[in-house]
Design a protein around this ligand. Structure first.
Ligand code: FAD
Length: 122
């Protein structure tokens, strides 16, 4: 086995989790029905209860109360998640991400074409 086959530490778990969350937001509909919006809010509520890093989950629940999920559109959800992720970045002393580039990073690929060789999700 390689190191990749080992249980995740907090950093790896975080990296993969953000990747999933931002990709979900990238693929979210432009005009979601009220049911779809509710499902997304429920998803984050449950996620923040079961995220397997207790302190992270605790702070995430507080952040959700301060700044509730905005699931009204793809743009709003992606911007909301970018904002929330930046709060964690700030707490950890990491660089803040420029949220105007969130769809380039997670949906469309960079405008310099550097992601063009990658297969797209359908
Ligand atoms: P990550 O922060 O994992 O980011 C992954 C990639 O996302 C980056 O490479 C960048 O391309 C992109 N990115 C960065 N910021 C943004 C943004 N704002 N919007 C869009 N894209 C962005 N760790 C702790 O030690 N303490 C905590 O309390 C904690 N809470 C967490 C709460 C949640 C909900 C999650 C999912 C993770 C949490 N983590 C926490 C883990 C932490 O946020 C990082 O994931 C981990 O430190 C690894 O960081 P990284 O440098 O690989 O980049």
């Amino acid at each position: 086995p390689t190191r990749q086959d080992c249980p995740l530490d907090k950093e790896k778990l975080g990296h993969y989790s953000w990747s999933l969350l931002h990709t979900i937001a990238a693929k979210y509909p432009e005009k979601p029905s009220s049911l779809v919006q509710k499902e997304m809010k429920d998803f984050f509520a449950i996620f923040s209860n079961i995220y397997p890093c207790e302190l992270c989950a605790h702070d995430f629940r507080e952040e959700l109360r301060r700044d509730p999920v905005d699931a009204t559109s793809q743009e709003q959800l992606s911007q909301w998640l970018c904002r929330i992720h930046n709060k964690v970045n700030l707490k950890l002393g990491k660089d803040l991400f420029d949220c105007s580039k969130v769809n380039e990073r997670w949906r469309d690929g960079w405008s310099d074409g550097s992601c063009d060789f990658q297969p797209k999700l359908h």
